[in-house]
Design a protein around this ligand. Sequence first.
Ligand code: SF4
Length: 312
Amino acid sequence: MLIGLPKGLMYWKYGITVRTFLEELGLEYIVSPDTNRDILDRGVNTCVDDACLPVKVFHGHVDWLKDRCDLIITPRIMKVTEREFICPKFCGIIEMLKNSITGLPKLTEMPLNMVTREDLLRWFMSIGKSMGCNRKSILQAYEKAIGAYRDMEKGYDDSGYEYKVALIGHPYNIYDDYCNMNLRRKLNRLGVGVITEEKVDKSVIEEKVTSLFKRPFWSFAKNSYGASIALYEQGTIDGIIYISSFACGIDSIVIEIIKDYIGDFPFMVLKIDEHTGEAGVDTRIEAFCDMLERRNLNEDKCSESGKHLHSC
Ligand code: SF4
């Protein structure tokens, strides 16, 4: 039996865990290619119109895999942390796929809770058992998979650039270079390095969200807000770029509460969907980087004359 892994949504965060698990069990698998025009078109043609870009892209990856494997791993992620929730599209992704794509092979439907190790193990156990593996080998493969996730290098923290910005957003927007149009590479070429939320300690993120009127109950919202505020307060970044999916409810709220907190600190929102043109993105990035430079020059002048930046 050949297993298919769609390279979309949380593959960008947990792909290595699932791959290690399958390899340890000696199971054959195929990963869909990096997102490209063909995958995007498949997603746009199959998925409902009003879904966000990442969900359409995921449909594209599943559509690419459907005739190439016997089972597709489609995690129905319900929860990643206690007292928090994940976007409902993750819980309903299997129903979306089944209603949109014809001729699908078997999909994994078991809900995936990631709060405790027991929750996680239950999900891996169900995958392993459906492949005919025994409990002992599944347990060993699971331990290796968790170890691989723990040991992998997570996030970006560029050094050696004149400026640095926090790149904030969902992992599938930050790490899928086709969807974000190689944003990191473009920024690097303009002399701007990036840092992502994974480089901020989890305890610091938890502490930053305590200043909010109400603790965010979306895990994505908590991480994006907490990391943005922590990096801003540390004074180690010159600006924040938020990559947001068009029609994402979580993004629309988080963006506003970040803006509220940081005031006139440089902040740019890049909204992406299947219609986003690369030329427009390039222009906006260049303008943002120019602004960082001008701001820096102003700050230098202000500090020379002893004035505060806002009064310059
Ligand atoms: S969190 Fe936003 S971008 Fe992610 S799947 Fe949900 S709606 Fe789409």
